[in-house]
Design a protein around this ligand. Sequence first.
Ligand code: UGY
Ligand code: MN
Length: 268
Amino acid sequence: VASGTSDIYSKVTEPTLAPFHLQDLPGFTRSVYERSYALITPESQVFSPLLGWTNTLAAYLITPAMGAHFTMYLASMAGWLGSNLPLLHLPFSCMHTDIIFTFYVESLSFECVKVDGFAYLPPEMEHVLATAGSSATLIVFERRYTIMGGNQAPELIVGSTDKQPLIEAPGEIFELRKLLPTNSIYDFNIHVMDFQPGEFLNVKEVHYNQHGLLLLEGQGIYRLADKWYPVQAGDTIWMAPFVPQWYAALGKTRSRYILYKDTNRDPL
Ligand code: UGY
Ligand code: MN
């Protein structure tokens, strides 16, 4: 084969084995679904209309059908203008981030105009989410709130990830931010974790908590049980309680992931 004279065999002379090309192979996916974890990569996401929402398509990535006690989904809201706001009633704790949207609660209006904006909506709070003419993608975590003794109830929280303080994680080198208060009123938290290339989890974690993870930036290797998976931004991971888990960031840019973690409740 005289290379350069014809492109008939160009796949042989210029192999296209980069992950980017593999994604286009018929039948190829990096997604896996195991008893104690799942990796769901973008070419496997399936969007459908989201019950109770208008102009919104959603891909449920984690649900109780897997054994999780929460849901995690991507909601893709199309540009929306006009009146007749849909009234959503989500009787669960829920978290939105990566948003450009306005929402209305008890006739108050809140704006999240930055990609890193987030909101926590307490259980039973009626609300409306609207994108003012632009489209928006939300990552939503919902769970049924577990009541604790005492009469304090969770409150509405609106914030921005970059304004959250860095939190010490003894023995670890990644940067950690938590989006919710750490007191026991809240039955879960959302961690945002940043790793520079070459940094990795020091603890080879095995714990009772469950996780829903979305890799927002970067790439690396995620260990789940006894397998090691190459992962990149856009990938979702479900981790059941006690699944061995470990991450190492690779490549040239930082890794950032957002992580659901149940907290503050007796596992018994
Ligand atoms: O807090 C955590 O459990 C977190 N470090 N886990 C993880 O990143 N897989
Ligand atoms: Mn963990």
